[in-house]
Design a protein around this ligand. Structure first.
Ligand code: HQG
Length: 185
């Protein structure tokens, strides 16, 4: 089984288009793993997929994007579906980071970080993760530092994605600063 292809397909189904697969996510984004497997099997390339293929894909992935519990599976972050996935607010680390493209900076510094097509803003626990995220859009990404302690104290909600990806509601500019990075500037 091609783990990258399987991971992308499952992310697409569980983050963006469950209805295309006849799936209904509950409020926390869970769906029965048997239902997901039945839906995937309708495609020729996934007709032999098993639960252990999915477990293996999750375990060997360089990023923890999905989790399985009690016969159910969900995406941990990234959702764009209309029904908002409910997350429990949790106090974040004092600082978080966001890697982005130069072309977005003027707009971010004008209106702050917004979720765009997703349900939440995605933030990284460390600069290296932010660089990897930013490199998806810009070879030499801009890294922003978020004063998450102050934002949390002021009532902005943060939520856990995986062990180094945090989610949040929109982040106003007063909590955002540019990280001076010798590779970036
Ligand atoms: C930008 C991947 C203009 C924001 C990654 C980002 C992550 C603004 C883009 C996860 C803006 C949205 C999410 C504003 C934000 N004006 N641009 N006011 N506010 N933006 O993909 O954080 O590999 O929705 O900077 O690794 O890049 O798929 O968010 O560039 O963890 O598992 O709008 O997706 O994970 O892009 O990435 P995205 P993201 P996976």
């Amino acid at each position: 089984m091609n783990n990258i292809g399987l991971s992308k397909e499952i992310s697409y189904a569980l983050r963006h288009a469950p209805q295309e697969y006849g799936l209904y996510l509950d409020e926390q984004g869970w769906v029965g793993i048997g239902n997901l497997i039945s839906a995937l099997k309708k495609q020729e390339r996934f007709k032999l997929v098993t639960e252990s293929d999915i477990e293996n894909m999750i375990q060997t992935s360089e990023k923890k994007r999905h989790e399985i519990c009690d016969g159910k599976i969900r995406a941990l972050y990234g959702h764009s579906i209309n029904e908002k996935i409910l997350k429990q607010p949790i106090e974040p680390p004092d600082e978080l980071y966001h890697g982005t493209a130069h072309k977005f900076i003027d707009s971010i510094l004008k209106i702050g970080l917004i979720p765009k097509d997703r349900q939440y803003v995605h933030l990284s626990e460390d600069i290296n993760t932010a660089i990897i995220v930013g490199k998806r859009r810009d070879e030499n990404p801009v890294i922003l530092k978020i004063d998450s302690k102050q934002a949390w104290d002021d009532g902005i909600k943060f939520y856990l994605g995986n062990e180094n990806i945090w989610l949040s509601d929109s982040i106003p500019i007063k909590y955002i600063s540019l990280v001076k990075n010798k590779n970036t500037y």
